[in-house]
Design a protein around this ligand. Structure first.
Ligand SMILES: CC(C)(COP(=O)(O)OP(=O)(O)OC[C@H]1O[C@@H](n2cnc3c(N)ncnc32)[C@H](O)[C@@H]1OP(=O)(O)O)[C@@H](O)C(=O)NCCC(=O)NCCS
Length: 182
């Protein structure tokens, strides 16, 4: 099963059915924070709502079509990060992420996303990694910007959030631009 050490305090692991309760609790305690930018939060009302989605995540991983990993900070589940899918024909992928409210501000996500980008280029030999952030989501946009991704433009009405569409900013980095040593 996939696991990755990001640094001394952060590691990633695939979530399994036995993690459903902890995942539910984490999201439940951060609902107001997460629902501002994530469209799926309201639909996760009980622990069992995570069972089919964990199944889907594990299937995608086994089919080499990306993965969604739990982020462990000092051994505790604090959020998720992953590749939504992998377009092998065009050798590109998209990264998504979220952190529970109380674990923001420690660089956990920047380090995790950096590790995924390195994995995409070095292990998967992809050519392009994309990150799409809500245009008004300053904390999210700061991650690709901190890591030196290029802003390509605005995708208008890219996503529907509960009762409105919102614009997203598209960032990308190419294998030829990524310096694995930095
Ligand atoms: C987007 C989100 C993951 C950003 O979380 P975050 O904690 O700001 O991101 P990081 O973990 O990379 O931490 C960066 C912060 O830690 C600080 N920091 C401390 N040590 C750091 C380090 N070693 N490296 C980088 N940053 C560090 C940074 O200064 C920054 O704080 P600031 O915003 O006050 O400047 C989080 O706000 C979230 O999950 N939001 C809701 C869901 C969401 O929007 N998901 C994205 C959808 S596109």
């Amino acid at each position: 099963m996939f696991a990755m050490k990001v640094n001394d305090v952060v590691s990633l692991k695939l979530l399994e059915q036995e993690d459903a309760k902890e995942l539910f609790k984490l999201v439940d305690e951060s609902r107001d924070h997460l629902r501002e930018w994530l469209p799926w939060v309201d639909s996760m009302e009980q622990v069992t709502d995570y069972e089919p989605i964990i199944e889907t995540w594990l299937k995608k991983f086994s089919e080499h079509d990306g993965y969604q990993a739990g982020i462990l900070y000092k051994g505790k589940l604090v959020g998720m990060v992953g590749f939504h899918e992998i377009d092998w024909a065009n050798r590109k992928t998209t990264i998504g992420y979220w952190l529970a409210e109380n674990y923001q501000g420690n660089g956990i996500m920047t380090a995790s996303v950096k590790a995924l980008i390195a994995q995409a280029f070095i292990e998967y030999k992809l050519n392009r990694v994309e990150i799409q952030c809500g245009a008004g989501n300053e904390k999210s946009k700061a991650i690709p910007e901190r890591l030196g991704l290029k802003q390509e433009g605005i995708i208008r009405d890219a996503e529907y959030l509960y009762d409105h569409f919102h614009d997203c900013v598209l960032y990308s980095v190419l294998a030829s631009e990524w310096n694995a040593e930095e």
